[in-house]
Design a protein around this ligand. Structure first.
Ligand code: SF4
Length: 511
């Protein structure tokens, strides 16, 4: 996309709220824009600001309209600037966004991300805001161009939408019924990102365990996991999120028997009370949940299991909450994302009687957080002295700036900070370092090497890919990229990546 006045490409910025699904969608928005000739804004104000919204978090609309308010004054000073709003909240609010913020140029939904460049162009040409929301998918999002955020790690969608009807969740309304990609397509995309340098892939779906139901194969997910095991160069496979109701033993077997499927499981509990699970319309009960964890640990004793829990669902009594505490104590989660229930308009739970007063929810939330922090700390203490394979990440938390440590993820996805002793080589993001854990805290491990020691680094293809990306961003042709002609965006075959900007507040207790 060329700006006629300046005869230079128009620049864009994507701001992302919400979950991994949204971050991955933002990679596709970036890819679609770049395929249309836009370039990522690296300095100054972008010509196009895209806000990819989330309707799941509380106050999502306040945050959106706050941001849009600030952008209104920026736009006044920036001739030709455009603002686009997409994602779940746009799907939900539709025309309301243009009523409340008439300076917005484009509103698009979760089902038509690929239309963004066309809508922007139409808005410019017609000098009129464009609103386009589709009620169902016409193009599976993974066939859109993608700009990956990381060189070593990639997300690959296996399905979109959800057939469940959890009463607190807006996803089924906004993302529609589950649609499954065919295994061949998924494996081709996994192969493509591996060819591009990635060594870690996370398979994404709202409910990965129901993958295959649409095309009549109830074991399709375990087969898919096993199939990823034969992809040369793919070192780490993860997935999110499973659903306890649909979780079957063939998936546990596939995890345990496929060497590159990592010993890690994120299994949303939501509540330990069977009564509340019923009210949430989650069709498993606490005994089933605990049974799954037991069978996972029987086959993968070192698996790190994490979860999501909602505190203060309508009607939750102290006895119900005690059940959650009991199940949490028994589950020994490595960590938990804990949420205070709050009303999400449009969900069945929003109109339920017995909404719990905020101060009761807060008090329970604090008790739960204290319990989980203690368990996380105890489980992390057990890691001290263990030798871990840590895949180095580009940035991970504030720790790095304070201590000059680097960070990475162990095979079970625990966050590990480590020093680089003077005189030792420094690993690149994507390289793997063998480290011994020296300290533990609730949310991370430390694995420091004594002065005079040297890091044991395995240089990987992902590290090489990082080098190439760095060289390309400095305009220095690397051996591998010399002769490659830009643009490097392709359909489902990402070749360069760009950081989308997560703008959620990390201190937000609702995350
Ligand atoms: S399983 Fe429940 S919580 Fe998860 S996306 Fe589907 S409806 Fe929402």
């Amino acid at each position: 996309m060329i700006d006629e006045k300046l005869a230079s490409p128009r620049s864009y910025e994507v701001r992302t709220y919400g979950c991994q699904m949204n971050v991955h969608d933002s990679e596709r928005l970036s890819g679609s824009l770049e395929a249309a000739g836009y370039i990522r804004a690296t300095e100054g104000q972008a010509d196009v600001v895209v806000i990819n919204t989330c309707a799941v978090r509380e106050n999502a609309d306040n945050k959106l309209y706050g941001n849009l308010g600030m952008l209104a004054s920026v736009k006044k000073e920036h001739d030709g600037m455009q603002i686009a709003v997409g994602g779940c909240l746009a799907q939900k609010d539709q025309g309301v966004i243009l009523e409340k913020a008439p300076w917005v140029d484009v509103v698009f939904g979760t089902h038509n991300m690929g239309s963004l460049p066309t809508l922007l162009e139409r808005a410019r040409h017609n000098e009129e805001a464009q609103l386009e929301i589709l009620e169902s998918l016409d193009v599976f999002p993974s066939t859109l161009p993608t700009r990956r955020e990381s060189t070593h790690s990639a997300w690959v969608s296996i399905s979109v939408g959800c057939n469940n009807t959890c009463t607190f969740c807006i996803v089924p309304t906004l993302r529609g019924k589950e649609k499954d990609r065919r295994p061949g397509e998924i494996l081709a995309e996994v192969q493509a990102v591996v060819d591009d340098g990635a060594t870690e892939v996370t398979l994404l779906g709202q409910n990965v365990n129901s993958y295959g139901v649409e095309f009549g194969d109830r074991q399709a997910f375990s087969k898919l996991l096993r199939a990823t095991g034969s992809i040369e160069g793919l070192e780490r496979v993860r997935f999110t999120s499973p659903h306890p109701a649909a979780f079957t033993d063939d998936v546990i077997d596939a995890m345990a028997e496929t060497p590159n499927v990592m010993p890690q499981l994120h299994m949303p509990l939501q509540s330990g009370s069977d009564r509340i699970l019923k009210a949430m319309r989650r069709s498993y009960r606490s005994t089933k949940f605990l049974g799954i964890l037991e069978r996972v640990r029987a086959q993968m004793p070192d698996a790190a299991i994490t979860t999501d829990i909602i505190v203060g669902f309508p009607g939750e009594t102290e006895e119900d909450f005690q059940e959650t505490l009991r199940v949490v104590e028994e589950s020994r989660f490595a960590s938990a994302f804990t949420f205070q229930y709050s009303i999400r308009p449009g969900t069945p739970a929003a109109t339920m009687d017995n909404q719990i007063p905020k101060e009761v929810v807060q008090e329970r939330y604090e008790r739960l957080a204290a319990l989980q922090d203690r368990i996380s700390r105890e489980e992390n203490d057990k890691q001290i002295g263990r030798t871990l394979q840590v895949m180095v990440t580009a940035t991970e938390g504030r720790k790095q700036a304070e201590t000059a440590r680097l960070s990475g993820r162990a095979e079970d996805s625990r966050l590990v900070h480590f020093n680089v002793p003077e005189g030792s080589a420094t690993p690149r993001p994507g390289d793997v370092v063998t480290l011994t854990v020296t300290e533990a805290a609730a949310f991370h491990l430390v694995a420091d090497t004594p002065a005079g020691g040297k890091l044991n680094i395995r240089r990987t293809r992902a590290g090489d890919a990082w080098d190439r990306a760095e060289a390309a961003s400095c305009g220095v042709p690397s051996a591998a990229s010399a002769g490659d002609a830009a643009p490097k965006v392709s359909l489902g075959l990402p070749t360069i990546r760009v950081a989308t900007t997560p703008i959620y507040d990390p201190s937000d207790s609702l995350r």
